[in-house]
Every structure is written in structure tokens, then in C-alpha cells.
Design a protein around this ligand. Structure first.
Ligand SMILES: Nc1ncnc2c1ncn2[C@@H]1O[C@H](COP(=O)(O)OP(=O)(O)OP(=O)(O)O)[C@@H](O)[C@H]1O
Length: 239
């Protein structure tokens, strides 16, 4: 299986502080990977460097075997950032339409309805986004990432502010996408979500301290939850 994402020796500092320290990471096609770590551990920085939105001090990022940033590769990625980048003066529908057109998606109304249904936003599509709650904005950002069923979904904390029933619906959609051979990279703080991925990558202080399936990690650390794995792995990493 080929790798959709490959990071080689990615290093990044801000203001003299090392945020990522020679990170190596491979994400094979069709895998659902969870990048897990405490606040400030470098998860969003990994994503930004992978996409070429920020420049690494050292190392290279490839997506679909292409060095990033690359416009063609970006066209095959559905990205949901941690902060919403929406047009507040436009309706939810017009935001979706705008991004669908940017990504050359045909049959726009059908696709808008499909993604709005996944995030339960159909009834609010005609409202201006500036009247949306924080959770509604997150859901709209997620719907935008789903547009066109991209080959690679990169979702930075997609379920923050989303209630449990809808969270389950979103996970069902991620599983559906994966069944269609899509590749998914998700960051989360929510440890029960970390149980649902194929592979957990634990990031701590800019380094990967564990990388395996949830079951393998739990067996290795002799614990019953990924949260406990994380706590043990942190201690082992010498912190
Ligand atoms: N543009 C920037 N300028 C300066 N420091 C930055 C910048 N971006 C990130 N950092 C710092 O890098 C570290 C890692 O940040 P990052 O956002 O990658 O963490 P994170 O794991 O995604 O955290 P969270 O879960 O809170 O989103 C933090 O200490 C943050 O303050």
C-alpha cells in the first residue's frame, strides 16, 4: 500500500523553542489515523507543515508522493482547520457553494445537501454564518471538508463543541469514507475517539512517543484505555 502522507525528519522552532523535533510519520492509503497529544504538543503544527502552510526548518513533507505545498495535491485534500475560516456575511449555503465551486464540484446542490445532512445543518443553511453558534461554525467547516468526498481528509479537532449524538454520526461518516478507501488524519483531545482509529500516534512535546493500533498499544502498556496508554507513555518519555 502506498503512503498518502510522509513526513521525514520534520523540525520546527518558534522563537528558539523546538515545537517539532525530527518527526517521521507515514500514513498509508486507506488508514484512519489519530494524532493525539496534549494542548501545545504540536498536533496542528504537524498538519500545517504537512500541508505546506508553514515552512519547516528542516525535513520534507510529501502528500501523494508530491513535495508540499502543491496545488494539485491540495485539490485532493479536504482540510478542516482548528479555527474556522468562513465567510460570516454569507449564508451557510453560500459558503458551501463557494467552496464547492473552488474545488470544481459538479451537481452542487446535491452535494451541499449531502454534506449538510451529515453535520445536521440542513435547517440552518439559509442563515447568515455570523448568526451561527460556535458549534454550528465547526459543523459548517466540517461539511466544507467533506465536499466532493476528497481522497484525503485532514481534520484538526473536528468534534470540539459537537454533542455526542452528532459526534457518533460524524464518526459513522468517517467510517463510511474509509470503507471507500479514503485516507483520514484526525487530531483529537477526546480519548474515547482515540479508541476508534486504526492507528494512534501519540505526540508529546514535539516528539512521537508511541505509534500503533489502539489494541496493540493497550496490550504493550498493559492497560485498558488509550488514555492510560498516554499517561504511561508520557512517564516513560521521561516527563
Ligand atoms: N505561528 C506560531 N508562532 C509561535 N508559536 C507557535 C505558532 N504556532 C504554534 N506555536 C507554538 O507551538 C506549540 C505547538 O502548537 P500547536 O498548535 O501545534 O499545538 P497543538 O498540539 O495543536 O495544541 P492544541 O491541542 O491546543 O491545538 C505551542 O507551544 C504553540 O504556542
Amino acid at each position: 500500500m502506498s503512503d498518502v502522507l510522509e513526513l521525514q525528519q520534520i523540525t520546527k522552532s518558534y522563537g528558539g523553542r523546538t515545537v517539532l523535533d525530527a518527526v517521521n510519520l507515514k500514513l498509508p492509503a486507506g488508514e484512519l489515523m489519530g494524532l493525539i497529544g496534549p494542548s501545545g504538543s504540536g498536533k496542528s503544527t504537524v498538519i500545517k507543515l504537512a500541508l505546506g502552510m508553514a515552512q519547516a526548518d528542516a525535513g520534507v513533507a510529501h502528500i501523494f508522493d508530491i513535495q508540499m505545498p502543491d496545488r494539485q495535491a491540495l485539490g485532493k485534500i479536504g482540510y478542516m482547520a482548528q479555527s474556522d475560516a468562513l465567510y460570516e456575511a454569507l449564508s451557510g449555503y453560500d459558503n458551501l457553494k463557494f467552496f464547492a465551486q473552488m474545488r470544481d464540484i459538479r451537481v452542487v446542490d446535491e452535494e451541499i445537501n449531502r454534506v449538510a445532512t451529515i453535520v445536521n445543518l440542513t435547517d440552518a443553511l439559509d442563515q447568515q454564518v455570523k448568526g451561527y453558534s460556535g458549534g454550528m461554525k465547526r459543523r459548517l467547516s466540517l461539511a466544507i471538508a467533506f465536499l466532493g468526498e476528497p481522497e484525503f481528509l485532514i481534520l484538526d479537532e473536528p468534534t470540539v463543541g459537537i454533542d455526542p449524538a452528532l459526534r457518533r454520526q460524524i464518526w459513522d461518516e468517517l467510517r463510511r469514507q474509509q470503507a471507500q478507501q479514503k485516507t483520514i488524519l484526525i487530531t483529537t483531545h477526546v480519548m474515547d475517539e482515540a479508541e476508534k482509529v486504526d492507528r494512534v500516534v501519540l505526540l508529546f512535546d514535539g516528539c512521537i512517543i508511541a505509534d500503533d493500533s489502539p489494541a496493540a498499544l493497550k496490550a504493550r502498556y498493559d492497560v485498558s484505555t488509550v488514555e492510560q496508554v498516554f499517561l504511561k507513555a508520557e512517564v516513560e518519555a521521561g516527563k
